[in-house]
Design a binder for this molecule. Structure first.
Ligand SMILES: *Cc1c(COP(=O)(O)O)cnc(C)c1O
Length: 381
């Protein structure tokens, strides 16, 4: 089956649920045994529920892995992967450009617990080969990255890591499985903040992990059940509902973003546009190879690269709401240095190019002309 069909059908059989077309929300924390010692498909909701199972199976199918796991947030999913793969004394190599929350977890939670964290610019895969030591137990990637839309070559980096026996995890939130399936490119673990495109309507917080390796699945499931950062059935239902239209929404996000990025790129009030679909993006060729299309996120630096400039722009916008998140049907603007990357130290932001004038636009699926008009009026001098 092709992607759009799997998104709608995989993981759910209406014959097992009173012929209900949509997966029922099993709002029950516990399931009944008929006899002592009986093995049930579901017994306690932390371990699993039918609604969560439908979502986990669908998610696994979309990423091309055999095992899917849902968590109460993207951060809980990232945390479970880190706990399952590394221990105090080990080292993680992480791509330098990544989500501020992942940076915070790595530097403020893991490092104090005795894990060595090394951030590397991995735009040249050779940098990884030079940094690998026997202590390295995980490679952490994000592509395209938050907020500056940098890519890494997933196939090349995975080949290098695999040769050294190091598992590769990648945050696929920005691309979604519709645009990129990293397991097929050699990665071992895919992580999602389903809060973003998978849910797609800014009404649910949820995280996902997909792997194809059974041993990794067992380890991550053990953490999922042991620490219990799992989503409730209502949240699983909302995410499943979102996934059904993922393919349609992504096409429209990409249509709108491609047009707006090209237009912004010639606008005099803009200093720089970061969008992998632009021919002048340094990794445009890699993006064409690695992704189906280029996604719905555009970051820009205003010509007036200051907090005041960003603030004035954001406040003048009428359709784009100033909010942290991304990936919903509605357009949003995020001030990276105080919002998504507010937890990152000033020095770390500076070294990554996240200046006060950087704003990230999550291009929604509204009418293109209305979005362009809104941006144009907010950029007027
Ligand atoms: C939002 C986000 C996360 C964190 O997910 P939550 O659902 O907010 O916990 C992780 N990675 C990326 C790329 C994100 O955008």
């Amino acid at each position: 089956m092709k992607f759009s069909t799997r998104a709608i059908h995989v993981g759910y059989d209406h014959h097992q649920h009173n012929r209900a077309v949509m997966p029922p929300i099993y709002q029950s924390s516990v399931f009944v045994h008929d006899s002592v010692g009986e093995t049930l498909p579901f017994s306690y909701a932390r371990t699993g529920t039918p609604t969560r199972d439908a979502l986990e199976t669908c998610l696994a199918s979309l990423e091309g892995g055999r095992f899917g796991m849902a968590f109460s947030s993207g951060m809980a999913a990232i945390d479970a992967v880190l706990r399952a793969t590394i221990a105090p004394g080990d080292e993680v190599i992480a791509v330098a450009d990544l989500y501020g929350g992942a940076w915070r977890l790595l530097t403020k939670v893991l490092e104090p617990a005795g894990v060595k964290v090394t951030f590397l610019d991995l735009s040249d895969p050779a940098a990884l080969a030079a940094a690998l030591t026997p202590r390295v137990k995980l490679l952490w990637l994000e592509s395209p990255s938050n907020p500056l839309l940098k890519l890494v070559d997933v196939a090349a980096l995975s080949a290098i890591a695999r040769a050294a026996g190091v598992p590769v995890a990648i945050d696929n939130t920005f691309a979604t499985p519709y645009l990129q399936t990293p397991l097929a490119q050699g990665a071992d673990i895919v992580v999602h903040s389903a809060t973003k495109y998978l849910g797609g309507h800014s009404d649910v917080l949820l995280g996902g992990v997909v792997v194809d390796n059974e041993d990794l699945a067992r380890k991550i499931r053990f953490i999922q059940n042991s620490t219990g950062a799992v989503p409730g059935p209502q949240d699983c239902f909302l995410t499943l509902r979102g996934i059904k239209t993922l393919a349609l929404r992504m096409e429209r996000h990409c249509d709108n973003a491609e047009q707006l990025a090209a237009w912004l790129n010639t606008h005099p009030a803009i200093g720089k546009v970061f969008y992998p679909g632009l021919p002048d993006h340094p990794q445009h060729e890699l993006a064409k190879r690695q992704m189906k299309r280029f996604g719905g996120i555009i970051s820009i630096v205003l010509a007036d690269d200051s907090r005041a400039g960003a603030s004035r722009f954001a406040e003048r916008l009428r359709l784009f709401a100033l909010a942290e998140s991304l990936g919903g049907v509605e357009s949003l603007i995020n001030h990276s240095s105080t919002m998504s990357h507010g937890s990152m130290s000033a020095a770390d932001k500076a070294s990554r190019g996240i200046s006060e004038g950087v704003v990230r636009l999550s291009i929604g699926i509204e009418d293109l002309d209305d979005l362009r008009e809104d941006l144009a009026q907010a950029l007027e001098r």
